[in-house]
Design a binder for this molecule. Sequence first.
Ligand SMILES: [Zn+2]
Ligand SMILES: [Zn+2]
Ligand SMILES: [Zn+2]
Ligand SMILES: [Zn+2]
Length: 342
Amino acid sequence: MKFGMTFAEYLQHGEQEGFLNNCSHVEYKRLKKVLKSCRICRAESHGEGEDDSGGGGGEGASELCQCESKAAQCPACDQLFFAEIAKEASEISGCFSSRARQLRHLHLPSGLQRYMRHVRCCFVDDQNTLVQEGRMLIDYITMNAIAMRKILKKYDKIHSSVNGRNFKTTLRAKHIELLQSPWLTELGAFCINSNNSDIGKSGEFIQQFSCDFSGAEPLMTLTLSNSVNLEYSLTCAVCLDTLFNPYALGCGHLFCKGCACSSASVFLFEGPKAAPKGAKCPVCRAVGVYANSVHLAELDLLLKNSCRDYWKERMQSERMEMVKQSKIYWESQTKFAIGYGH
Ligand SMILES: [Zn+2]
Ligand SMILES: [Zn+2]
Ligand SMILES: [Zn+2]
Ligand SMILES: [Zn+2]
């Protein structure tokens, strides 16, 4: 089945279940129509007979469109095309992270909420509903990411450009590259954590998460329905070891809480959010990414369950570090109070 049809079916399915209400998605059909008008315009102005089969071999290669090879811009669509895709990506990623955050809030409730839930005695049913919703969210982000990739590829093909491919860099810089959202990792961990609960198939768009801690590098893998594998490293770029008590910075990079804190020169007990405004991500050097950092609690649970001994060891050393830092902190406070430097 062509992806356009699969995507249309997906959207319809999601709307029926009310899942896609208030959620943006890639306007695949509309963008494709725009590209089609480009193709027709190109065919007319360059006299290369319309070729809709799309399979084209080397046709037109010798006679590249002048306007595009020079300015790398298409007058028919460029003003709006990339701006629109960027807007869609930003809306989709916003919708995805807010719903994933909500879902996790329900799954990892605070003590009181957990108690109330327990009283209501409906935890098992709730659990299945949550897993179902988690899967729908994963489908949501991956289907839209595939749609976006396809449309950008189509753009490049029609305009014989690399703008579509390069656009990924723009999305990454704006931290809205859909499949790089830390919330996707968190949802993946959530699905693996709840794997023992039995759930039915949710449509035919099954995207599967798995993790592997046996290799040289701990990995989480997302297998898309078109059997493409995406790998997410679970190594901290600071200590170069498996993540412990992981936090995602606003740019999407993951670090151990302790490593994030020490990179930003704040105490562990203050947390990454206490970082000064100018603190940079140790990987991408982005500024202002500590303020909206998130604790990946599901991923932490997954790591705890998967590498128990390692996790315990790290837990112990984090506690010791915490004590040491508190001591330093209080000593500095006391010195200040009794007025050193008279
Ligand atoms: Zn042209
Ligand atoms: Zn165009
Ligand atoms: Zn680390
Ligand atoms: Zn970063």
